[in-house]
Design a protein around this ligand. Sequence first.
Ligand SMILES: [Zn+2]
Length: 303
Amino acid sequence: MDFGDPAVYERPLSACPLCTSGDIARLHEISRFSPPFRVDRCESCEFIFMNPRFTERTVRALYSEDYYRGTAEYSYFDEREAERYARYVWDARLRVMGRYARGGNFLDVGAAFGGFMNAASTRYSVYGIEPSEYSGGEAKKRYGERVHIGTLEDHPFESGFFSAITMIEVIEHLADPAGAVRECFRLLRDGGVLVVQTANMAGRQARLRGERYEYFMPGHLSYFTRKNLTGLLHKSGFSSVDAYLPVEFGLLPKLLKSRYSFKSIADYRSWIRIALYHLKSSVHFGDFALTSSMVLYAVKHAK
Ligand SMILES: [Zn+2]
């Protein structure tokens, strides 16, 4: 594959998109997808990023209906089918969020079909942003004008409007994650919370799997570590950042959610794998972690 093909790839970046350091080095070439892509790592802040990036046209082709139907090779589950099961995880997350922000306006960035909005609607007044017409159109059927089809760069919401904003496995899709975090900060009221879930590339799981790590996907442009994402949140103005590894809730919601894909009793054996993963994930100290998931809660002007 010709990484210089202007129909597929943009011109390569010569500096880190997160800290602007020019000290960047090739990390992997991911060739299990077509078109393939490369990721570089900043030697200064350890941010990992796709380089060269796909052109907008290439990206649009990635987020077809196939992506949401789960039939594309890099796929997202069709949340409408799974909503009953996903609800266990969403409700568990909302219980933790309630400790940070009780009531008020809630914004889900990357709202997809609006499933998390729906779960949150028992506690908050819910809004969503979703770039996909396909899934966002479905969310709009439920929530009308409260769903903005677009991005954090072109939404109609006013600063200080929200008490809680969530970006669940969204930030890795963004070309300008720093701009998105700054915008979330502006949109939050004082004391409001931003919840960000993404992979922690410093986790041992990510390091060991190298280029085979499942998080390397064509739609993912930006790969963080706990340390540099925490740094970005502080730099954007957030006064306190709590990190939860692997996630902010216990094992049970995950097990209940996993039943979605079960076809027979034998599938319950996968609970052993999930439980072991969860157990392993509890092993972390400082920047070291065995597994590679993280959820960060950032508070604007915490008291
Ligand atoms: Zn950097």
